[in-house]
Design a protein around this ligand. Sequence first.
Ligand code: BEZ
Length: 219
Amino acid sequence: MGLRINDIAPDFTAETTQGTIHFHDWIGDGYAVLFSHPKNFTPVCTTELGAMAGLADEFARRNAKIIGISVDPVESHVKWKEDIRAATGHAVDYPLIGDKDLKVAKLYDMLPAEAGDSSEGRTPADNATVRSVFIIGPDKRVKLTLTYPMTTGRNFDEILRALDSIQLTAKHQVATPADWKQGEDVIITGAVSDEDAIKRFGAFDRILPYLRKTRQPHA
Ligand code: BEZ
């Protein structure tokens, strides 16, 4: 079975473009976004890693480290970074894991159903990581998982938006509605009584017996 929300994110040691990392130590006290791509020197992946590089400062502002992974070797990542910069204008300054033996890909269940056992002789279709994303919290637990098919590039603004929600709801007894963005009204969770909601949030709107909204609390 794959990883579930609130599972401890498996720890591992891996070679990256920034040296050897021990994953949990590398995460430290903040958040981490681990995201896989199928294969270096392919078009959709090139745009994705560039998009993530363009948002690197936004993740850093949220105390979230980002790290990419594929089953390509680190030397290949280093060469490909030049293409990513040329194509997207963004330098990939975050580490990329070279998971040649598929160790991390297997730990995180990043391989498609038809994947083989080694990176030898693989093709992008049968032995490469799919487009997975894991947001991991300071407690090293999985907060979000997302999996996209090979042919669909991800929306990295959505990952940032989800991280905002995760960080907000970790601090306050609120949830965020569909399409919520930073600064918009939030939902008071059912665990909070009306009386307590007034104390905590000052005021709220009751839209349905089970749907109460209030202004976003300050971080
Ligand atoms: C791509 O990045 O364009 C790609 C990679 C693997 C399979 C399909 C597309």
